[in-house]
Design a protein around this ligand. Structure first.
Ligand code: PLP
Length: 462
């Protein structure tokens, strides 16, 4: 088609003239133009090549109930008419925020071992939820007379967002090396991805022992009295859908507890059903001191995040309150009544439609199909997943487990071909992986259609 006759041409030009895109190469954008996406419904979105595509990313791992749900649009419209906005500062409150805090705590309390989580702080993004956790941990330690406990542990390959503190915790250098994000006082441990980072012949259990020994050594070397917290995603998402070795997370948690180091579970992706359980922490039987949430809480129909803290942390804050004054942290949009109303309807809809159980079932189906259809491909090194969080990792040589050298980006080429074939896939930045995280409402026929398109894309690319 003549480029200028393309109805999106003018819009694409305007985009280039007016926007600075997040996590985008300016040179590539200027050369290729933006990819304009249009209307979406269910698991399909109008793609940039003039046809609908299945969204195997659910946006950025977030559109859990699928696109275009009337119930959520109605909830937003009705909330906007009732109370379009009010804040929570200085003790102000609103009904949707209270009800959502109660609903989130109830969901946690229904899972074993999470009865200690007791208060919810609202924000608007996964990054600010992690910044809130970072600040509250420091506040808590200052209040309980341990101001020297300041350091944070995280892992290489982790993604915790891109604001100042959260970006410093993120363990993918491409995201922070150009911005001088704070690395002092942040210690990134070895990435817990056996397939890629195990030594030759090292079993998963031995790999896990090595990681735990490293954590133990680090605590000893730095001094437990200087370490405030460790942050971890139950399954690392942007880092490559990295499923930790068996018992890794519970062993990490036990070591942290023994050393009076808080455990922050970053459930921005894994919260609200992605793993086929309501939360990743319940899925793995964990008992974190703080959980951070965003994305799926509203299925991304409204920007909303939550930082959930334990009763123990809250009690320390409360006991110091008379002496220290207000908790001087918060945002204009904390507890936004429209966002909280959308979240309440989203969670009700997930329950009505058994969406979490569907994620577990469809996750099994997706993995089976991927293994059947792509398992023998010479560049497919590993196919893994838990619930509807799955990945294909590419290797340059399967027998020798030789990896492509980034930024060669075989996975980027595959993703481009997939789009032509009818499925939107996400190539990840840390290793050669494309991720699969469709809406949790997806059905078997849609999975099959998406996997077939992925396989055609893979074949066209190789
Ligand atoms: N934490 C995790 C695990 C994430 O995957 C993300 C975003 O993808 C974030 C935090 C940051 O969330 P946001 O982009 O909403 O700031």
């Amino acid at each position: 088609m003549d480029q200028q006759a393309n109805p999106n041409y003018a819009l694409a030009e305007l985009d280039k003239q007016t926007m600075l895109h997040p996590v985008t190469s300016i040179a590539a954008l200027e050369a290729d133009g933006p990819q304009m996406f249009g209307k979406a419904s269910g698991v399909r979105i109008a793609g940039p090549l003039g046809h609908d595509v299945i969204d195997f990313g659910a946006g950025l791992w977030c559109v859990n109930v699928g696109y275009g749900r009337q119930e959520l649009a109605d909830a937003a419209a009705s909330a906007m008419r009732d109370l379009s906005y009010y804040h929570l500062f200085g003790g102000a409150s609103n009904e949707p925020a209270v009800r959502l805090a109660d609903e989130i705590l109830t969901l946690f309390h229904e899972q074993a071992g999470a009865g200690h989580l007791s208060k919810v702080f609202f924000g608007t993004s996964g990054s600010d939820a992690n910044d809130t956790a970072y600040k509250l941990v420091r506040y808590y330690n200052n209040l309980r007379g341990k101001p020297e406990k300041k350091k944070f542990l995280a892992r290489a390959g982790a993604y915790h967002g891109l604001t100042y503190a959260a970006g410093g915790l993120t363990g993918i250098p491409a995201y922070h090396k150009a911005f001088d994000l704070p690395q002092e006082g942040v210690h990134h441990l070895t990435c817990p991805h056996h397939f890629r980072f195990a030594d030759a012949g090292e079993t998963e259990d031995n790999f896990c022992d090595r990681l735990i020994a490293e954590l133990e050594r680090t605590i000893e070397h730095e001094g437990a009295e200087t370490i405030a917290a460790m942050i971890a995603e139950p399954i690392m998402g942007t880092g490559g859908v990295l499923i930790p070795p068996r018992r890794y997370l519970e062993r990490v948690q036990a070591l942290l507890r023994k050393n009076d180091i808080l455990f922050i579970a970053d459930e921005v992706i894994t919260g609200f059903g992605r793993l086929g359980s309501w939360f990743g922490t319940g899925h793995y039987g964990l008992r974190p001191d703080i959980v951070t949430l965003a994305k799926g809480v509203t299925s991304a129909y409204f920007p909303l995040s939550a930082t959930v803290i334990s009763e123990d942390i809250f009690e320390t804050l409360r006991d110091a309150s008379a002496e220290h004054g207000p908790v001087m942290h918060g945002f204009t949009y904390s507890g936004h009544p429209v966002g909280c109303s959308v979240a309440l309807e989203n969670l009700a809809l997930m329950k009505r439609e058994n969406i979490v159980a569907n994620a577990a079932e469809m996750g099994d189906h997706l993995l089976r199909r991927l293994r059947e259809k792509a398992g023998d491909h010479p560049f497919v090194g590993d196919i893994r997943g838990e619930g509807l969080m799955a990945a294909v990792e590419f290797v340059a040589d399967k027998a020798e487990r030789r990896f492509f050298r980034l930024p060669q980006g075989a996975h980027r080429v595959v993703a481009r071909h997939c789009l032509q074939q009818g499925v939107a896939m996400r190539p990840l930045p840390f290793i050669e992986v494309v991720s699969f995280s469709p809406p949790l409402s997806i059905n078997p026929a849609e999975i099959d259609e998406g996997v077939d398109a992925f396989v055609r894309g893979l074949e066209a690319a190789t």
